[in-house]
Design a protein around this ligand. Sequence first.
Ligand code: SAH
Length: 513
Amino acid sequence: MSRERGIVYLIGAGPGDPGLMTLRGADRLGRAEVVVFDHLASARLLDLAPASALRICAGKSVGHCTLDQNEINQTLVEHAQAGKVVVRLKGGDPLVFGRGSEEAAVLRRHGIPFEIVPGVTAGVGATAYAGIPVTCRGAASAVAFVTGHSDPEASAGRSGVDWPALARFPGTLVVYMGVTHLDAICRTLIREGKPSGTPAAIVESGSLPSQRVVAGTLESITSLARERHVRPPALLVVGEVVARRGELEWFESLPLFGQRIVVTRPRDEAARSASALEALGAEVVVAPTVEIRQIADSGPLDAAIDRLGDYDWLVFTSVNGVRSFLERLFERGKDLRALGGVKLAAIGPSTAEALDRFHLRADLIPPSFRSESLAESLAGVAAGSRILLARADRGRTILKDELSRLADVDQVAVYQNADADQLPDSLIDRIMDGSIDWITLSSSAITARLHALLPEPARRKIGREIKLASISPITTQAAANLGWTVAAEASTYTWDGLIEAMTRQVAAGRAPL
Ligand code: SAH
């Protein structure tokens, strides 16, 4: 048998926020050849698996990719027996209402090695994000995790849950899978003696930007949940600890909590841009409108690199410009000494930071981060000198036009700014159904491409129901030329400035009247 390498890692993905998976889980996922995932495991986590890994959706909910438990077991066994490193990624913790033990038992029967990597179970993770401590000195010295999967009234005695004992349980009750039978569960607990005024809450989509918490009492929670259209995944929490939420709530107070924001930047920049937004509580939809590619003909760039000694100034107007220029320089067998005789200019702090990553310091950053300001600053120090502009193959020419009047300017394309062919269908659906709050515009080119890629009905929603956040007045003007009104404009022309502008707008909207 060729089973030398075959192994299965049963990994808990946590309740939703991808940051809640363990380091051990992330490490194993990074080595996966096959990933079999649940719908409750965050899609963002799948990005941690190598691009080449086979991704299999096991579903376990409505949807087209649903496998039953036997099929899941069989899939794990087959791939492991073929010698693959298999990750079984499950929501929360694999052994808490996750059938992880059944999967492990099947693997053991087949002699397949496995590891279990625990995860943050929803009963602990979703409640923490809701600001509800499951135990608390004085309020609860015990907690019970309970399944509400079967109807306590219809299946009395058969559900395996001793509801009369739970009604007397001296601590917090955390009921998983309880939404469908919420009414019967609460009624049963009250009938069996739990005071009807006991604080109770529903935590829906805990730890996700769509998190909602509905709080009331054992008596009122069912009708409150119905009014608010609570949907799975959701937990029912019953006990005095629910009342602590007022002091402990933190997640929903994050500055961009609940805001659904589209990032339109090229994919390699989008990940960093997205995590800055997510840290503030936003849900991010990545939809690149342009792509960064290598230039087709590197001849002119190579020639410029070989002639670097002829220039006094080397000017960068983007992070990609820095990265592409230096990568090419290294590929040509040179090192940083090739830049020894030349001064460096960066259009703004992000570009300067990109230089810094190569241990290079910008000699000049203009006070305002745009071409006009850069041209003006350079004019002050570089008149009469020889300047090389390292830039994208397209974009505004103002820098060259302005500087050419007083210096000897060459410009060279160091990377290609290509249009994305299409936007994800899911983005257009979300624009149409109103589940997007913001679209970010970080350049005129991105704005133009977004406009071109959107179907007319979607275009019409933008600037109205869906707000636009712009990185600079130039970008705002580009949007205006296309008939779009910008709701928030950065006062510092950087991604951080753009986030700050959105945050200000959201805060203004939240302020009490
Ligand atoms: N193994 C998982 C539980 C699987 S059972 C764990 O340890 O968390 C599925 C139930 O978990 C859902 O019906 C819901 O009650 C709960 N659940 C999972 N994710 C949740 C979330 N983000 N917010 C609230 N409840 C969640």
